[in-house]
Design a protein around this ligand. Structure first.
Ligand SMILES: Cc1cc2nc3c(=O)[nH]c(=O)nc-3n(C[C@H](O)[C@H](O)[C@H](O)COP(=O)(O)OP(=O)(O)OC[C@H]3O[C@@H](n4cnc5c(N)ncnc54)[C@H](O)[C@@H]3O)c2cc1C
Length: 352
């Protein structure tokens, strides 16, 4: 493409050769050849009308907290920054809250807790945007997004139309949805709507770390505000802050294996932790497997695993995306060799 035709193709506000270091929580230094920020739905229509989506398959970016840029990104990056939180329905027991895809997830949690709307307080402090939350059905401390999810609006890149997806259509699973499978990279979520509870709240304190923390604090009948603050305190003590040390949270999903495979694993490793994961299935903590394979706190060049949690891969400074990727693949190989279990990355790998 010549310089003149490139300029003619440029979308208003588009940036060329933008450094993405501050756009991904792993802090990887990668360049986006084209970068466009989307602040309202109409901009997607404008792009579509210019033939943008028929020419290219963009990389959709939210807060960059679940992405590894393995190298430079040669397709256009569309950063979704659509704002706005509003209550769209209100009954005696429930509210429907709609948030733009660009709203910071934790800001939505805070907004809801401040209004005494319950249901997402256990998901406080998860980094990222509301638009990305349904992609992997975010979850923490015994709660997953799909438990409060009502619907979402998206822009379908193939039909170039806006569509509404109900809970059923999203096909949520553990860190999974249709958007990580059949519709991967084919839609842009523009807003989400959640169904939240008014008091009296049915709080979820089933997660052992949460229960322990509340006991220690002598909080016997916690409300949603207590849970919100407890989750923030626990997360701050356990997880590395991406603004201090680059990371993308859990790098791998916890593997779900058959009961037969688990029994064999337990024969050789009597201390293996496990959680039931549906009929005949067992979930094994990936962090435990990685730790047993000797990776906890281990540093190789600029990359390592976090001292307190082997599941988190950290950038000790200036690690390239390729280094981080290779480190992750070495971990995966060790776990496979030692336990015969295949780890799947939770983080989305882009570029390179
Ligand atoms: C310290 C730390 C702790 C974390 N803890 C948790 C946790 O407890 N539970 C948990 O579930 N996750 C956790 N994560 C992972 C991460 O916070 C979530 O996956 C989050 O939802 C990612 O949001 P994001 O906006 O940063 O998405 P990005 O990283 O920007 O994108 C993630 C994926 O979603 C796609 N995407 C983003 N926005 C849109 C959109 N609007 N439409 C369509 N596709 C889109 C991207 O293309 C990409 O495939 C953690 C991450 C970190 C760094």
């Amino acid at each position: 493409m010549t310089k003149a035709s490139e300029a003619a193709d440029a979308y208003p506000g588009e940036k060329r050769n933008l450094n993405l270091t501050s756009y991904n929580t792993l802090g990887v230094d990668a360049t986006a050849s084209r970068f466009i920020e989307i602040k309202e739905n109409s901009e997607l229509k404008t792009l579509a009308n210019s033939g943008f989506f028929s020419r290219t398959k963009p990389c959709i970016l939210g807060g960059g907290s679940n992405i590894l840029f393995r190298g430079d990104v040669r397709v256009p990056v569309l950063r979704i920054s659509i704002p706005g939180i509003q209550t769209i329905a209100d009954t005696d027991s429930n509210v429907l809250v709609k948030a733009g895809a660009g709203v910071v997830w934790h800001d939505l949690v805070t907004w809801c807790v401040e209004r005494d709307y319950g249901g997402i307080e256990n998901l406080a402090l998860i980094p990222g945007t509301c638009g990305a939350a349904p992609i992997q059905n975010i979850g923490a401390y015994g709660v997953e997004l799909d438990q409060v999810f009502e619907s979402l609006e998206l822009f379908n890149l193939q039909t170039e139309r806006f569509e509404t997806f109900t809970h059923e259509k999203c096909m949520f699973g553990y860190r999974d949805s249709i958007f990580k499978r059949d519709l991967k990279g084919r839609v842009i979520v523009t807003s989400i709507t959640l169904k939240l509870n008014k008091p009296p709240h049915d709080v979820n304190t089933s997660y052992y770390a949460l229960e322990n923390y509340l006991n220690q604090q002598e909080i016997t009948s916690p409300g949603i505000n207590d849970l919100y603050h407890a989750v923030i305190a626990i997360r701050k003590s356990k997880l590395p802050d991406p603004s201090l040390i680059g990371n993308a949270g859990s790098f791998f999903k916890n593997p779900v294996i058959s009961k037969g495979q688990f029994n064999k694993l337990k024969e050789n490793n009597p201390g293996v932790p496990s959680f039931p994961a549906g009929e005949g299935k067992i979930k094994v903590p990936a962090g435990w497997l990685i730790e047993q394979a000797g990776w906890k706190g281990k540093k190789v060049g600029n990359v390592g695993t976090y001292d307190n949690q082997a599941l988190v891969i950290v950038n000790h400074g200036n690690a390239t995306g390729a280094e981080i990727y290779n480190h992750a693949m070495n971990i995966r190989e060790s776990v496979r060799d030692m336990f015969g279990i295949e780890l799947t990355p939770e983080v989305n790998i882009v570029g390179g």
